[in-house]
Design a binder for this molecule. Sequence first.
Ligand SMILES: [Mg+2]
Length: 325
Amino acid sequence: MGENTKEVEKEINSITRKLSALSPASSSPKFSATRLMKQLKEKEATLTLLQQMGENTTELDKEIIDIRHKLSAKAAGPIADDGRLPLKVLFFDLDETLLTSTDPSVNAGSLDGLSFLGQVPWAADPSQNVDVIVNRGIVKLLRECTNQDHVKWYIISAGHNLEKLEVMLAKCGPSVVPDNQDIGVEIFGHDGKSGSNNKRNAIQGILNKLETQFMISEALFIDDTQKNINDVAKISKIRGVKVPEGRWQADWLDITLMTNKNIADCFYYIKSGMGALKKTKRKGKKSSKPKGKKSSKPKGKKSSKPKGKKSSKPKGKKSSKSTNL
Ligand SMILES: [Mg+2]
């Protein structure tokens, strides 16, 4: 009986290998990166040994460089000497950055490039509703931030607009959530008052934690308030992305949201360091099958800039400014 088991085990192993070759997990960047890291460690150990013996290591040097290149292509750039994988990190403000709320009468969701996602009670008078409005491209961006293994994203808000956030995340899909919870940092209340962290301290704290595991050469902070940008950009790794005010106008109401250009900047940041390496790879033998994923290249930038004069707003109307945080 014992002899037969060995053969069966062999067969099972062979089938498992075939199955895992077909499963998406085997082509996921996390898996490949782990495997490559193991290879790299082994080769480096051999290299040390050969160097101690005074042997020629030219071939091995080449192999090590090759693995590092592969790893970089899987990840988002060159890996650190200590083996930490590179990570892209985005910190988003919520109000007037990812989303805004508007008086339903101005029908902001019908403006070019914007989307109406739903309604929530108006903070100033909960018997009335406000529209939750986003740039149409934001859903795609947040999905990409969530789906890419080399990207983490956080919402760092001074306010407390949970209902609006929930409307937005519901539209993005069930798996799209910011990484705040994983690292134990609240989304809301980063106003620096009554002992709470301001945005800069919160972000510095997150970066410190992440950098024990990952190499971060640059992180993005996206906000519509210049004061916040100036303060957070005191962190040397942070590049501020300023959301311009009043990029859209719905009747009497100025609307501030991430623009197509802001979103394109984020996509470019996420992809930078990967595209160039992919190109070099394709020149050689085709090793890994390109993913059947559609390109998430941002569409061409919008041409017209309706940044006209500001019309006076009637009193008593719900302005998105009232919740601008
Ligand atoms: Mg804001």
